[in-house]
Design a protein around this ligand. Structure first.
Ligand code: 173
Length: 317
């Protein structure tokens, strides 16, 4: 009797000590050598340091672990718990994902104006996902080129895209090719593409400055990179772990002002690396940005008759 009790206690004790600690698997849709990922790994380290006994995050890897455009599916199905990704990479889960690029209101404003709640309603319903936090914003996308243009006409040019840029670049006559970030360098090197869409920053992470002649200004839209989690798993977290995760995700999101100065510096670095700016007259520039928005919202509402308009109310200014 005594012996059995002791054995039972011995068996139970290590469990009792760790029963509440949950470990979640995290993957990145962006290549591991990107600064985005470095920043996220630093965040994970902080979470792990402060989350002992509550929550631990296990960083599995980047696109070599799960290909860029499969990360959304992996989160949806629970193959992994958390994805570090952008909406354009999981339109194969739901078209609404890519609409976040049209945000003119900030993540902080969206937490207040109902946007965050609406996003989570849609993400739950259509993707079995929880949108934990947006950790890149205040970052325009640009068109980068290796051939000079003197007006916004991409006829005859082959441009690398993701869903972010598809409708806008096609509206300017481009022929397009979708690739993950990890394949752009080789495509440039082989001359398979004449240009690509990409944010104002993070070119250097992947050495694209070596193969890039021009950036077209102005930029358009607003890059969104976020942490999304399998909703079933999220709901099953012990309350303490869920609060801890929410808190840390929010704290990461609250660092987003960082990107404002970072982006200014990245533009400077591009100039120093010899990337020349192509721009048009003021009226053409204005029309260029308006066209991007017009085409973007038209595609958003067409792809999501259900939620496109409602998202516009909270994302657009
Ligand atoms: O160009 C891309 O790969 C892309 O869609 C994206 C989106 C957000 C941040 C960086 C890249």
């Amino acid at each position: 009797m005594r012996k059995t009790l002791l054995l039972a206690l011995a068996a139970l004790f290590p469990l009792a000590a760790t029963a509440q600690e949950v470990t979640l698997r995290v993957v990145s849709a962006f290549p591991e050598n990107q600064f985005y990922v470095k920043r996220t790994i630093e965040w994970i380290e902080k979470v792990n340091k402060e989350g002992k006994g509550v929550l631990q995050l296990n960083f599995i890897g980047g696109p070599k672990a799960i290909p860029t455009f499969e990360v959304g599916k992996a989160v949806q199905s629970g193959v992994v718990d958390i994805g570090f990704t952008t909406g354009a990479f999981y339109t194969n889960v739901m078209p609404e994902a890519d609409i976040l690029k049209l945000s003119e209101t900030s993540a902080a404003e969206q937490r207040k104006n109902g946007g965050y709640d609406l996003i989570n309603k849609i993400w739950a319903e259509k993707a079995n996902m929880r949108y934990l936090a947006k950790v890149v914003e205040f970052t325009p996308f640009h068109l980068y080129l290796n051939k000079k243009i003197d007006k916004p006409d991409l006829t005859g040019l082959k441009i690398r895209i993701t869903p972010v840029y598809r409708d806008f670049f096609q509206a300017m006559g481009a022929s397009v090719m979708t690739t993950a970030p990890g394949e752009v360098y080789t495509a440039l090197e082989r001359g398979v593409i004449d240009g690509y869409g990409w944010p104002i920053h993070a070119l250097f992470d992947l050495n694209w400055q070596e193969k890039t002649k021009y950036r077209v200004d102005p930029g358009f839209y607003n890059a969104e990179v976020g942490l999304v989690m399998n909703l079933t798993k999220y709901k099953a977290l012990p309350q303490k772990a869920r609060d801890f995760l929410d808190q840390h995700a929010l704290a990461y999101e609250q660092q987003n002002d960082f990107w404002k100065s970072y982006n200014q510096n990245e533009a400077k670095r591009q100039a120093e690396a010899g990337i020349q700016v192509i721009t048009f007259d003021a009226a053409t520039n204005k029309a260029y940005v308006e066209k991007a928005n017009e085409v973007g919202w038209a595609a958003a509402i067409k792809s999501s008759p259900q939620y496109g308009e409602a998202l516009k109310k909270v994302l657009a200014k």
